[in-house]
Design a binder for this molecule. Structure first.
Ligand code: FEO
Length: 385
């Protein structure tokens, strides 16, 4: 695939993967992107997952023809991109590895060598002339690991953005970009909003026409759309007006409360209501929705003087990913000693800028007139507040 006259796509699609990074379901597979820049000097940008060495090498041979690469730029050391560095160097022993100092330390950890005899250590602002093209390296620590650099090709105005602007899904499957990019973003770099903001600030000083990420499609058109979403996500701003109701339910009574609240919210004209059963739905999808909407309702059963396990896991995930700047409402169920609301609140009080709804719903075993009235009051508050 030709990206520009001199830049080619050399990546692969993975449809065999069960869990990306050991935890994310990827129904439509995953793409590990790699690129080749053909100039007086020839550059390969990153390698691919270990299972795809042969296919990737075949892609490189096809693109390179009789040429041999002068450089391998390693932007990120997570193995979905770095696994084939040593295999590459066996085939192309004269190539120089270009990467950050922390990345070379990681190479020593992963491969037992930091390639001291064939490396070029680069840092923020360093450039590498290839002939017509000049590569400019930009530090992007914690987007998504500390060693990450991204690379700007001044000639073609291309930003090689490492994990940034990536998404789940192989490139031979058509699907909406934002949905799987949002789930990917909040799962993988959601915790590092400030670092993503720093990178966006640096990128805003560049004239970028094309973004080449390490996952997902090459972005060529309407770049403001993608950058704007990254601005929203990384600043923990509300992307869409609406309410997410996340519940756990053992015998259906807490679920009934969650669904009743959803109906009341919709009846009152709430722009969007999303309901999720935390025991049965994909946790990363639930996280994505919690960050997408401005209001979150958590409904759960009291369990072992705490909350039901799936709710505990969900809240731990939210806290771990820096959940903040949202309104949260609580629904608890307890047949003899309801404690779940207190337990949820205590945990979420550790997050920044959380506003708790004035109305908390308490169910004693099953809905009754009193709890239904509380749900009505909460719906009113969330819709009109
Ligand atoms: Fe795609 Fe952080 O590796």
């Amino acid at each position: 695939m030709e990206i520009t006259q001199d830049i080619r796509y050399a990546g692969v699609n993975d449809h065999n993967i069960d869990l990306f990074e050991g935890q994310y379901t990827v129904e439509n597979g995953m793409a590990y992107n790699s690129y080749v820049i053909l100039d007086e000097k020839t550059v390969v940008m990153d390698t691919v997952d270990t299972n795809f060495l042969e296919e990737w090498m075949q892609n490189l041979r096809q693109i390179l023809g009789t040429r041999t690469p002068d450089y391998l730029v390693v932007q990120h050391m997570e193995p979905d991109h770095s696994a084939n560095i040593s295999a590459f160097l066996e085939v192309y022993p004269d190539a120089v590895i270009v990467s950050s100092a922390p990345a070379f330390n990681m190479m020593k950890q992963f491969f037992g060598t930091d390639y001291a005899d064939r490396r070029l250590v680069v840092k923020e602002g360093d450039t590498l002339s290839l002939g017509v093209h000049t590569l400019q390296f930009i530090g992007a620590p914690m987007v998504h690991w500390p060693e990450v650099i991204v690379t700007y090709d001044r000639h073609d105005k291309v930003l090689f953005s490492a994990d940034g602007f990536g998404k789940f899904g192989a490139l031979d499957v058509e699907e909406d970009w934002a949905c799987e990019a949002r789930r990917y973003y909040f799962g993988i770099v959601g915790k590092f909003g400030m670092q993503v903001q720093n990178l966006l600030k640096k990128a805003s000083a560049l004239d970028i026409q094309i973004i080449c990420p390490l996952h997902g499609p090459v972005l060529k058109d309407n770049l403001e759309y993608y950058v704007n979403l990254y601005q929203i996500w990384s600043s923990y701003s509300v992307e869409s007006e609406g309410v997410m109701i996340a519940y756990t339910s053992v015998y259906g009574n807490t679920k009934a409360a969650a669904l009743l609240l959803a109906d009341k919210l919709k009846a009152k004209g709430c722009p969007k209501v999303v309901v999720a059963d935390l025991a049965r739905e994909d946790m990363a999808e639930c996280m994505e929705d919690a960050f997408r909407y401005g209001k979150l309702v958590l409904a759960t059963t009291t369990y072992n003087t705490d909350m039901f396990p799936f709710m505990r896991e969900f809240i731990n995930e939210l806290i771990g990913h820096n959940y903040q700047n949202r309104t949260v409402a609580l629904i608890e169920n307890g047949s003899w000693a309801p404690l779940a609301a207190k337990a949820m609140r205590t945990r979420l009080e550790t997050c920044k800028d959380i506003t708790f709804a004035e109305h908390t719903v308490q169910i004693r075993s099953a809905l009754n007139d009193e709890s239904i009235a509380q749900i009505e009051a909460l719906a009113e508050e969330l819709c009109c507040g």
